[in-house]
Ligand binder design. Structure first.
Ligand SMILES: [Zn+2]
Length: 364
């Protein structure tokens, strides 16, 4: 147990960020080589200006290969982390995140593999993928060189849930950019000649379905920017937002509805709209009786945890793996408060995550 905590603390103290994974990738790569893996890096980083690509580590064996994955990057503030171990938990120093998201996943894979190796000579073929820029929009797994992988089953160790949670369903996400274009005029001298983009945009946004649109769908606007002097009718507002749904058709339908609302409201004022939308990741749903979920359930039962199958409204690398034909679930690794300076993980959870990986390997 002390070794697990020591390795966790070692890795969180190596600075990392999305696109800035060079240092931690070097250390994790060294550890995987020392365990007998053949390690390569793909060129994913070049696609988005990152320091390095994804780590793809392979170990030959007998039987069907399985993929294990966690991400190397972390959100900020994630530099100069000083972990604090207290009352059976690991905390950050309070002024940074802890980066248990997703160092806990990496440690679970490394330690789980060592445990499996100790208990059995012959293991199945393994593919360990440590992705870059997961927090930057799942970029590493988006640009991963899938040609190098043979697995059709995968386990992502990256859910902010207790060990026992199996995420078998996650949404499709669309992002959109809207520009509302009005007409500038003197706000007091000739207001009749102006068309206020702020008024048009505000009216359109007020009419949109917002927040939790239904049990499987959410919508949000995160940017609403229009700025000029108070004596000028504002002629341009820029808006950015997102739509997510477990049902891709529903997300597309809502996107059309958003587009129509902006267009109609703008037309009623004589304003114009430019709308651009794009899919950032695609949703997935794995059968609860399918092989990946069954394997996860079995391994959890063996380590004495009750499996809980849940959907998530967040995307993870599992979205991209599924899109490329690898039936992957995202598994709870036990950290709490991720993406905040309150992030922490119970040592018991970290240990359970390592035992889970060990069982997944031994059962394969
Ligand atoms: Zn994560």
């Amino acid at each position: 147990m002390e070794q697990i905590v020591a390795e966790f603390c070692e890795l969180v103290q190596i600075d990392s960020g999305s696109g800035r994974e060079g240092a931690i990738a070097g250390v994790v790569e060294g550890k995987l080589r020392a365990l007998g893996f053949t390690v390569e890096r793909d060129k994913a980083g070049e696609r988005f200006g990152g320091e390095t690509g994804n780590i793809i580590a392979k170990l030959p064996g007998e039987g069907r290969p399985i993929l294990l994955s966690a991400h190397l990057d972390r959100v900020q503030p994630g530099l100069g982390i000083k972990p604090v171990v207290k009352d059976g938990r690991i905390f950050s120093g309070g002024d940074t995140i802890l980066a248990a998201d997703d160092v806990a996943g990496i440690v679970a894979i490394l330690v789980g593999f060592r445990q499996a190796k100790l208990s059995r000579e012959k293991l199945p073929p393994l593919e360990v993928v440590c992705t870059v820029s997961e927090e930057g929009g799942l970029l590493g797994s988006r640009y991963l060189d899938y040609e190098r992988l043979a697995s059709s089953i995968g386990f992502v160790l990256d859910a902010a849930k207790p060990v026992g949670t199996i995420i078998n369903q996650a949404p499709t996400q669309f992002k959109f950019d809207v520009a509302v274009i009005g007409r500038a005029a003197h706000a007091a001298g000739a207001p009749e000649e102006g068309i206020s983009a702020i008024q048009v945009a505000a009216k359109a946004v007020a009419e949109l379905p917002f927040g939790r649109v239904d049990g499987a769908t959410t919508a949000n606007i995160g940017k609403f920017k229009g700025e000029t002097a108070t004596n000028i009718v504002c002629d341009r507002v820029e808006i950015q937002g997102e739509i997510r749904s477990l049902d891709k058709n529903r997300a597309e339908e809502l996107l059309r509805e958003f587009s129509q609302t902006f267009t109609q409201v703008a037309a009623s004022f004589g304003a114009e709209v430019e709308l651009d939308s794009y899919q950032t990741y695609q949703g997935f749903k794995l059968d609860e009786e399918g092989e990946t979920v069954l394997r996860a359930k079995r391994a959890l039962a063996q380590i004495g945890r009750t499996p809980t199958i849940e959907f998530s409204m967040g995307g993870s690398d599992a979205n991209n793996f599924n899109r490329h034909g690898i039936a992957a679930v995202n598994l709870g690794v036990g950290y709490q408060g991720s993406h905040s300076t309150r992030e922490s993980i119970a040592i018991d959870e970290l240990v359970a995550a390592t035992r889970l990986v060990c069982q997944l390997i031994l059962n394969a």
